[in-house]
Write a protein that binds this ligand. Structure first.
Ligand code: SAM
Length: 233
């Protein structure tokens, strides 16, 4: 992967960035996403935010080598502190971080959001708490995808602040739109997850003592939900 040939995961994220956007890519690492989108003429400008020095330098190098310094600003900053009002950001991407980490950044820094930005989220796990945050903060999920690459299942969640929205516990767990669309990648992901849940329940049963009942019940409930989802025609 590089700034010309993105991974399939980042390619799918790129597809949700609106033409002409002013993008903030938080946790940009190498900066491949904003640089690829700028090279393709999809976006008007970008900020690449990084909290760690080595990836920050890597993003700076990618931008410099592509002569994109006038359009892409690389900032060493924690979360949304990378964004200044003058940037007039219209889309924010968070890719390759845990869902809880993305949720925590959004919660801590929500005063920095104008509410006009499209959020393009690619969490590595922890999707339900992230969807919960979106619901609690008036963000509607506009698009969702599941894809598999390098033996990992990835989800992409696109959301915009539209006002109050309600999702059921199952919708927060599976994704409200994915539950309707039931793409092949989504179904294969949940078949795999169900096998994992059954394995965990078997391990719990063998361990017997010391397993908090609450934990066992939680995994059993998830297995039930997945079984019911997969049983639907
Ligand atoms: N976004 C790239 C991608 O998807 O290929 C890189 C993903 S990399 C696994 C996650 C990056 O997020 C790391 O470079 C890490 O330093 C950065 N990161 C983690 N927490 C952050 C925070 N609070 N603010 C900014 N960057 C953060």
């Amino acid at each position: 992967m590089n700034e010309q040939t993105l991974s399939m995961r980042l390619e799918r994220v790129a597809a949700h960035v609106p033409a002409g956007a002013r993008l903030a890519d938080i946790g940009s690492d190498h900066g491949y996403l904003p640089v690829a989108l700028m090279r393709r003429g999809v976006i008007a400008a970008a900020v690449a935010g990084e909290v760690a020095l080595t990836p920050f330098r890597s993003a700076e190098r990618t931008v410099r080598e592509n002569d994109l310094d006038p359009w892409i600003t690389v900032r060493l900053a924690d979360g949304l502190a990378a964004i200044e009002p003058v940037d007039e950001i219209t889309a924010i991407s968070f890719c390759g971080m845990g869902g809880e980490t993305i949720r925590d950044i959004l919660e801590r820094d929500k005063a920095r959001l104008s509410g006009q930005e499209r959020l393009i989220l690619q969490p590595n796990g922890g999707e339900p708490p992230l969807r919960q945050w979106l619901m609690e903060n008036g963000y509607r999920i506009l698009c969702e995808e599941v894809l598999r690459e390098n033996r990992f299942d990835y989800e992409i969640i696109v959301a915009e602040r539209t006002g109050p929205v309600t999702y059921t516990a199952e919708e927060l767990y599976f994704g409200p739109l994915q539950m309707q669309v039931r793409s092949p990648a989504f179904l294969v992901k949940w078949q795999r997850k169900l096998r994992q849940k059954h394995k965990t329940l078997n391990q719990f049963a063998r361990a017997r003592q010391g397993m908090p009942e609450e934990k066992v019940q939680d995994v059993a409930r998830q297995a039930q939900w997945i079984t019911a989802l997969l049983a639907q025609a």
